[in-house]
Design a protein around this ligand. Sequence first.
Ligand code: GDP
Length: 478
Amino acid sequence: MGVADWADGLFDRIDSARAEANALFEPTLRLGITGLSGAGKTVFITGLVASLLDRSRMRLLKAAAEGRIEAAMLRPQPDPEMPRFAYETHLSVLDGDPPAWPESTRSVSQLRISLRYRPAGIMGLFGPSVLHLDIVDYPGEWLLDLPLIEQDYETWAEAALATARSDARAPHAEIWHRSLDAADPKAEHDEVTADGLATAYRGYLGACRRAGLSSLAPGRFLLPGELDGSPALTFVPLPNPGRHRRNALYAQMRERFDAYKRVVVKPFFRNHFARLDRQVVLIDALAALSMGPRALGDLTATMAETLGAFRHGQSSWLDRLLGGRKIDRLLFAASKADHLHHEQHPELIGLIEGMLAEAARRAEWSGTETRAMALSAIRATAEQEIQQNGETIRLVRGPRLDDRKEVALYPGALPRDVAAVLAEAQTAAPGSAPPDWPDAEYAAVRFAPPRWRKNNGKAPPHIRLDTALDFLIGDKLR
Ligand code: GDP
């Protein structure tokens, strides 16, 4: 080893010792933000960061209300190999003329915001402390891949083929089924056939998503992240043909399925998921409700699948990886609550509590504190009350995204008996909805984001983002 190498090594060791010492005094909290596509992750993180940088609307974050947060600052990425959450780009779109919603989450990314705060009580006398908050954004669809780790190709393929033939899905799978019928699993593998099959399978998953169905594993097929076009994503379920050659299509698919687990699924859980301390799970329950009982039933089942990743005993591989480590706080958040008057928020919370009851019970059993909330990270509407036939109707209004025309929205009553609604959702025939199902149109309205900087100040208007943050980081700022 030359002197220069030796010196480099020494400096590396000093650097890492310094980083460790700093970590002791400046703790880091890794906060995961997830949810299925369109649930509101990008908007949530952008709103959250803007609201931490300018805390004028954070009255229910106690440390902010008590004036103990002295400064907040975006800091360089601690993990150089991880893409940075594009906060400034998203903010400039939201704040553009006209304001627009930013591009949604496609992959995993991270942002560090550091808070300098004065601890409460006597500890405050020793001067300020620092908390580094690492916010990690990732698609909820990727959590659906966890069960694959302990499955072999045969088992996975059999289940995936049966799902595609189910009543709810077969109408979206016609092209896939034609491609499947034309393929011979025993024939010699060739790339064109494999590619054609993969495209047809992805097309089927995409059609399911457009129809409001949520369970769309493997998670990377619709959200490939940096793996778009990679051979690890060109596998499909095929029926087991019995004895076959080593170079048969079936054998190749099995190999790719194994590669997917090895190079895609495991690294995600190991490098990102296993390092999280706390987690927000966003759920767009209103959109599913507006698409009918089937979509709501499917979302409920999919959430149960994704939330399996947060409980012990679900995957022995993950349990081994985590050791005793666990997520200690889990927030279930019904997003886009600005689509409803606040008087209806308890019903929205009741709905997600009903949908996630089993997952919450299991998480609490493993020692994770859970909370359900209805929130809006960037509030696009205002509330209004009107009198109609002697009755008060409570609605919301705001500019529609397409034409910026002011529209008023009232969905009707949300279901109160959540258990009955979910039971109905399990058994509903395709396309049918009971007569008392809420108005299907209301969640289809996309409001335009507000012009908050021009009108009101530096932080965006929101609903309960401060309460959410107090649950997520409040204890670390004491
Ligand atoms: P992601 O796929 O989870 O990253 O979802 P996004 O954060 O991109 O949100 C998807 C869409 O939902 C946005 O483009 C907005 O139209 C809408 N949205 C998200 N959050 C809010 C909110 O707080 N209020 C309103 N009105 N719309 C929202």
